[in-house]
Design a protein. Sequence first.
Length: 202
Amino acid sequence: MQENIYALIRVSTEEQNETRQVIAMTKIGVPKENIVIEKESGKSQVRKKYHKLVKRLKVGDTLYIENIDRLSRDYDGILVEWHKLTKQKGVTIKILDTPLLDTDTIDNSLLSKFIRDILLHILAFQAESEWQKIKNRQAQGIAAAKASGKPLGRPKSVITETEIKIVQQYQSRDITLDIALKLLDIKKSAFYNLCHTVDSIE
């Protein structure tokens, strides 16, 4: 049976860039088609791409991840996923920033296993602790913003006279949708949102 190598790359938001992780995985020999990128929080229960990857993995396959919190952001979640992959699926896990946790290590003595287990629990604890700190800071920031009367969320973008003119030309059928999109260099969904915003202004 052929053994394959895979990589799991997770970024928490659409804004975060996965390029750095992709480069690192390709350098160590992971085929691009076997690099799974998910833009989900580690706390999310959805994680369709991750669960699809787990189903695809078989005994003897190797899974590379940058660090342990790519499996989950909470203590129990990391331990559950680790056990599922290593014990139930028979997959080799290699952690780029913590090679001591690699499950294909030559030294599988009782002492080495014990040390790896301790390290795994420590890093799982650290991952959830960091996540809780982030959430607490976010909550404190939101509370402070509310108390000071600052508006929350992203600032509203300012619509230019050019955008208004192009929308009006489109609505009066002086130009086609394709021309409007090319002039503004935006996607169709963004253009329709712009039209709605212009209508609400007028």
